[in-house]
Ligand binder design. Structure first.
Ligand code: ZN
Length: 309
C-alpha cells in the first residue's frame, strides 16, 4: 500500500473566460492568485492558480481558461464538487456574500454531520463551502475576506461514478480509509493529511457520462512531499497495473498522471519546489511567468493574452 500521499495537492478545471474566472476566485472567494502562467502544452492559453498566501499544497485551485469554450455537461466519470474549508459559524456570512455578488444556485445542506453551502461557479462549476472546526491552515487575507471567515484550503473533492467500487479500492491502495457512508456517497479520509483530507465517491449507476467543457474539473492532484516519494508512488502504481506517465516538470511541482477505473484523471504532484520558485512571495501571481521552453513567445503572449483586470 502507498503511504506517501498526504491529501489533495491541487484541482484543475477549465473555464470559458479568464477575466471572469480571476474575478470569481480573487474577489468573490477571496483566494490569492499565486501564479499567472500559461498551459505548458498549449501556451496561448493561461494557466491560473489560486490558493493561500504561498499556494501551499491542498489549497490550490487551478484553471485553464479557454476563450469561449462550450460549457461541460455534468455526468459520471468526473469530479463533481470541489469543496473548500471555512471556519465554523461562517456559512451565513458566506451565504449573504455569495448572494450579494450574484452567485447562482446557493443552497445550504448538511452531509456527514457538517454544514455545507453548495453553489455554482461562472461556468456551472460545482463548488461547496464546508464548516470545519479548527482547520489550522493559514488563510489568505490580502483580499477583503477577513481571517475569521476566509477559506482555509480544500475540504474535499467528490468523484461521480457509475460504479464506485474500483475507485474505492484504488483510494484504499493510495492510503485512504473509509470514513463513513451516507446514501450514495462513501467518504474516504487520508490519515495525517495536509487538511485537504477527504474524497467522496458518489455512486450514480443511471447517470450519463459527463461531457467535459468549461466548468468541468480536468483532473485532481494528490500531494507527495518530494520527488523520491513520487517515484515510490509511481512504481507502486505501475506494479499494480496502472499506466502512469513519466515524471513531468511543471516548474512549481513535478507531476505524474494516470487514469482511474471510473475515468477520472489523477495526478500525483510534489510539494517541492512550490510557487516561490520564480517570484518573491510578496509578488506571487502578478507577472506573467513562462517556462523556459516558452520564454521565446513572451512578447507575442503579452499581446494576445487578455489582461486579467
Ligand atoms: Zn495538475
Amino acid at each position: 500500500m502507498i503511504k506517501e500521499i498526504n491529501g489533495l495537492h491541487h484541482v484543475t478545471s477549465m473555464a470559458s473566460d479568464a477575466v471572469e474566472n480571476n474575478a470569481f476566485f480573487t474577489d468573490v472567494l477571496g483566494l490569492r492568485r499565486v501564479k499567472k502562467t500559461v498551459n505548458f502544452d498549449a501556451p496561448d492559453v493561461y494557466h491560473l492558480y489560486y490558493g493561500n498566501e504561498r499556494g501551499e499544497a491542498g489549497t490550490v485551485m487551478t484553471y485553464f481558461p479557454f476563450p469561449n469554450m462550450m460549457k461541460g455537461k455534468a455526468g459520471v466519470g468526473e469530479v463533481g464538487t470541489t469543496a473548500f474549508s471555512v471556519p465554523d459559524g461562517t456559512l451565513d456570512h458566506w451565504l449573504n456574500r455569495l448572494f450579494e455578488m450574484g452567485v447562482s444556485d446557493v443552497e445550504k445542506s448538511q452531509t456527514f454531520g457538517e454544514n455545507r453551502l453548495n453553489f455554482s461557479g461562472p461556468d456551472g462549476d460545482g463548488f461547496a463551502l464546508v464548516e470545519v472546526n479548527e482547520d489550522a491552515r493559514a488563510p489568505w487575507t490580502g483580499g477583503d475576506v477577513g481571517a475569521d471567515t476566509a477559506i482555509r484550503g480544500f475540504h474535499s473533492a467528490s468523484m461521480r461514478l457509475r460504479d464506485g467500487g474500483a475507485s474505492a479500492e484504488l483510494l484504499k491502495f493510495m492510503g485512504y480509509e473509509l470514513f463513513d457512508t451516507s446514501g450514495d456517497v462513501s467518504r474516504f479520509v487520508i490519515p495525517n493529511g495536509n487538511g485537504a483530507d477527504f474524497i467522496d465517491v458518489e455512486t450514480l449507476p443511471s447517470i450519463e457520462r459527463a461531457q467535459q467543457g468549461a466548468g468541468s474539473v480536468h483532473h485532481i492532484a494528490f500531494a507527495v512531499e518530494d520527488r523520491a516519494a513520487q517515484l515510490a508512488v509511481r512504481s507502486a502504481l505501475l506494479d499494480t497495473g496502472y499506466q502512469v506517465t513519466p515524471v513531468i516538470d511543471r516548474d512549481y511541482f513535478w507531476a505524474i498522471y494516470f487514469r482511474t477505473p471510473g475515468g477520472v484523471l489523477f495526478e500525483i504532484a510534489t510539494n517541492e519546489p512550490g510557487f516561490g520558485r520564480d517570484e518573491h512571495v510578496s509578488e506571487l501571481g502578478q507577472g506573467l511567468q513562462l517556462p523556459t521552453q516558452h520564454e521565446h513567445l513572451r512578447s507575442e503572449l503579452e499581446k494576445t493574452l487578455r489582461p486579467l483586470v
